[in-house]
Design a protein around this ligand. Structure first.
Ligand SMILES: Nc1ncnc2c1ncn2[C@@H]1O[C@H](COP(=O)(O)OP(=O)(O)OP(=O)(O)O)[C@@H](O)[C@H]1O
Length: 222
């Protein structure tokens, strides 16, 4: 980790930097075991208030890169540095089926060490902006796929992270929720927060500041 502000107190030029990130997986069983190199030296930066799209075909390594960026998977080579707080919304929601939405927010609020009143305020804003307050007392195993995605995103937003990393965040959203999602991203950008969005494809290119293609293991600016 690097300090959250540059020397002299001025804002950092970038909130996230990945340099030369490499990753390969082993495939097959012995004696036909071989390495499959997914990332071949990815360079990627995210400036404060920037909304960047990371696109690439199925299997190009987007989720692998995201896991490395959040520290959930070690890279074989390269470095990743962050400033400030990071929120991560994985492709598959990591939730507890017996806990309600409210209980998830309480649990994650404690994990983020948020004061209880700040957690409740943030939770109310998230329910209102994504429109799922009526499910506050519903257990996760009784939620629809789209509402699970809202909860997954809401938990990543709870502590107002400086950098939000989202893996296919709107896959299960209806159109109204999709538009609400982009309102939320716009608000974050205005507040100087950064968002990196992984997607198979980008339909609304104008909503992003920049698009980066993950192609043959490298991040290529579009
Ligand atoms: N744990 C693992 N072990 C072995 N191979 C893996 C593992 N995780 C991913 N892979 C392989 O690495 C490649 C990249 O996978 P990854 O999930 O990062 O791609 P992706 O771009 O996110 O794909 P998608 O768009 O389908 O979600 C794929 O060929 C996948 O099969």
């Amino acid at each position: 980790m690097v300090p959250s502000t540059a020397a002299g107190g001025s804002p950092p030029a970038e909130v996230l930097r990945a340099s030369g990130v490499e990753k390969s997986y082993r495939r097959g069983t012995w004696p036909a075991r071989r390495r499959h190199q997914v990332l071949r030296g990815v360079d990627l930066t995210l400036a404060p208030g920037e909304v960047v799209g990371l696109v690439g075909e199925n299997g190009s390594g987007k989720s692998t890169l995201m896991k490395i960026l959040v520290g959930a998977l070690p890279a074989d080579a390269g470095t990743v540095t962050h400033t400030g707080r990071t929120g991560h919304c994985p492709q598959e929601p990591v939730l507890y089926e017996r806990l309600t939405c409210d209980e998830h927010f309480e649990l994650f609020g404690r994990a983020y060490r948020l004061p209880a009143d700040a957690e409740r305020r943030s939770r109310r804003e998230i329910y209102a902006s994504l429109g799922f307050e009526r499910y506050a007392a519903t257990r996760a195993d009784r939620l629809s796929g789209g509402t699970l995605s809202k909860l997954n995103l809401g938990l990543a937003l709870l502590a107002d992270p400086d950098v939000l990393l989202l893996d296919e965040p709107y896959a299960g959203f209806d159109f109204d929720t999709y538009l609400r999602f982009w309102d939320l991203v716009r608000e974050r950008r205005t507040a100087g927060r950064s968002v990196l969005i992984i997607s198979h494809f980008v339909t609304d290119e104008e909503r992003f500041d920049r698009i980066v293609d993950l192609c043959e293991g490298l991040a290529v600016p579009r």
